[in-house]
Design a protein around this ligand. Structure first.
Ligand code: 6PG
Length: 477
């Protein structure tokens, strides 16, 4: 019998995805450059389902039913093109190659266009949820042609996580790079969520004086409310963990330099190109970057800060305020992420359903949370919602949080605890609701030094003031 689908690249993500497919009753062809990995998979997990191992790409492709479905699970990077070409050369018109790695969406666009010329469907699919998700149900964000989804959708939906209402956390996102784009934004939001949670911890620790295990308890409580999410849950686990070697809280023995593989940085780079302010994600990327600049930090180590140490733990009042600040800031960074998806849909001609994106992030992925169902509902109520902050329910919640949010940001500033995520989110909120922004002054400055012209509030057209002369105003167009 032929295999329904093949997985090439059997490092942990590929292996787990192949096992997930087999466990769901699909015969899976296997290929890995080093055949020992293929054999190890069959030996260890062969009892889980039907596998067809192959030692070379040609045998692998020959074992697949038509149209062929080839899932490539290699580390995103330069070798991806070579691997894709290796398989493309063996495929026929109508066959499909799925790239399940974290490829940059521009690469996916390029690859899709090139393979389309040859009649091969190229599907850039974002897959979130790490190793565990790949095995037990990830969130899957496939791009590519609608036709390819007819053949791939049923299998992918089968192995995807299921939301609380039973629906699969997988949907066709849009053409060419749309799937990888949406996965990139997911990762940007993941960075923002993690940074905001880290700030909440830092404030609870260094303003309120709670111990890590106490903060774990606070997070567990939050996890029963509107912040209920995978990231809050695992944060509590990490904070409650004690280092075996030293008996110290684990969080105190880990070097405080955050690393990144780059998807958050891509999100911000792309947002800059699209002209979408994603300050929450940007601050998260910068915070990771700053933490790694050991020399800078050492050089600034003795700069003065506010006097006074940690305050004694308060009776829950401060923690409740931090919860409000965290929640409101989270709404802002998600709002910014969706604005980015919106802008890309216009720029690249993708027709992305914003509610569907929220729906498939409800389970399986790193940012999975009860919250995502609220976002789904907001877009269901108004698919053209210009910002999540304009949704009636979110507006009411953020409005209700804003006094505490301000208090927390004010306290962070007064106590010298950096809270770039909380404060940037608040500044964004205040900028959006401002009746007048100082951008008018910026325009005046630009006109002064570079005759860049400005528009007026009371008349159509653009104008320049003769700043060096008599300061008369001239219409310029
Ligand atoms: C996921 C994750 C994953 C990502 C890691 C690490 O959705 O499963 O987003 O794709 O690679 O979270 O990312 P950083 O190394 O950049 O923190």
């Amino acid at each position: 019998t032929k295999a329904r689908i093949g997985v090439a690249g059997l490092a942990v993500m590929g292996r787990n995805l192949a096992r997930n497919l087999a466990r769901h009753g699909h015969t899976v062809a296997l290929y890995n450059r080093t055949p020992t990995r293929t054999r190890a998979l069959v030996e260890e997990y062969g009892h889980e389902g039907a596998f067809v191992p192959a030692d070379d790409p040609a045998a692998f492709v020959a074992s697949l039913e038509r149209p062929r479905r080839v899932v490539i699970m290699v580390k995103a990077g330069q070798s991806t093109d070579a691997v894709i070409e290796e398989f493309a050369a063996l495929l026929d018109q109508g066959d499909m190659i799925v790239d399940g790695g974290n490829a940059h969406f521009e690469d996916t666009r390029r690859r899709e266009a090139a393979l389309r010329e040859r009649g091969i469907h190229f599907v850039g699919a974002g897959i979130s949820g790490g190793e565990e998700g790949a095995l037990n149900g990830p969130s899957i964000m496939p791009g590519g042609s609608a036709e390819s989804y007819v053949f791939l959708g049923p299998l992918l939906e089968d192995i995807a996580a299921k939301a609380a209402d039973g629906s699969p956390c997988c949907a066709h996102i849009g053409p060419d790079g749309a799937g990888h784009f949406v996965k990139m934004v997911h990762n940007g939001i993941e960075y923002a969520d993690m940074q905001l949670i880290a700030e909440a911890y830092d404030l609870l620790r260094h303003v309120a004086g709670y111990r890590p295990d106490e903060i774990a308890g606070i997070f567990r409580t939050w996890n029963t409310g509107r912040l209920d999410s995978y990231l809050i849950e695992i944060t509590a686990e990490v904070l409650a963990h004690t280092d075996a070697a030293t008996g110290q809280p684990f969080v105190d023995v880990v070097a405080d330099r955050a690393e990144q593989k780059g998807t958050g940085r891509w999100t911000v780079q792309t947002a800059l190109d699209l002209g979408v302010p994603v300050s929450g994600i940007a601050e998260a990327v910068f915070a990771r970057s700053l933490s790694g600049h050991a020399g800078l930090r050492q050089a600034a180590r003795s700069l003065p800060g506010p006097s006074g140490g940690a305050l004694p733990p308060e009776s829950g009042g401060f923690a409740a305020q931090v919860e409000q600040a965290l929640y409101a800031s989270k709404v802002v960074s998600y709002a910014q992420g969706w604005n980015m998806i919106d802008a890309a849909a216009v720029e690249y001609g993708w027709d992305i359903d914003p509610g569907a994106v929220a729906a498939i992030w409800r389970g399986g992925c790193i940012i999975r949370a009860a919250f995502l169902d609220r976002i789904r509902a907001a877009f269901a109520a108004d698919p053209a919602l210009p910002t999540l902050l304009a949704d009636k329910e979110f507006a009411a919640e953020v409005g209700g949080a804003q006094e505490d949010w301000r208090a927390v940001v004010g306290t962070a500033v007064a106590r010298g605890v950096p809270a770039p995520g909380f404060s940037a989110a608040l500044a964004y909120y205040d900028a959006l609701r401002a009746e007048r922004l100082p951008a008018a002054l910026t325009q005046g400055q630009r006109d002064y030094f570079g005759a860049h012209t400005y528009r007026r509030t009371d008349r159509e057209g653009s104008f320049h003031t003769l700043w060096g002369g008599g300061r008369e105003e001239r219409p310029t167009g």
